[in-house]
Design a protein around this ligand. Structure first.
Ligand SMILES: [Zn+2]
Length: 109
């Protein structure tokens, strides 16, 4: 007796829509109060744009120099931050060092 492979009748069925209800299922990030001066406070040990450990000759991307780019990594621990951009600014949140808003920082827009 031989096994015959039966094609899965539901795979690739165009009548079955793929689940892509993004947005509605993503929970809003719970705000964490800034700690130890926040992600951009205190002694900056990591690049907030690349997450790399800071060296004396670290290059800052041009868009970042112009204030067009929000920080992506925590300056204190180098963790990737949750970043939300809105028409008037942005906030960025480290799971350990809390959230910082663009309007709290001089030099950022
Ligand atoms: Zn951090």
């Amino acid at each position: 007796m031989t096994m015959t492979s039966i094609p899965d009748s539901t795979a690739g069925d165009p009548r079955v829509p793929a689940r892509r209800d993004r947005g509605a299922s993503v929970p809003a990030a719970k705000e964490i109060a800034p700690r130890d001066g926040g992600p951009l406070g205190g002694e900056q040990r990591f690049s907030v744009y690349t997450g790399a450990e800071l060296a004396s000759d670290a290059a800052i991307p041009t868009a970042a120099q112009l204030g067009l780019e929000p920080p992506r990594y925590c300056g204190q621990c180098g963790r990737r931050m949750i970043v939300q951009i809105d028409p008037v600014g942005w906030w960025a949140q480290c799971s350990r060092h809390g959230r910082i808003h663009s309007n709290e920082i001089a030099g950022y827009r």
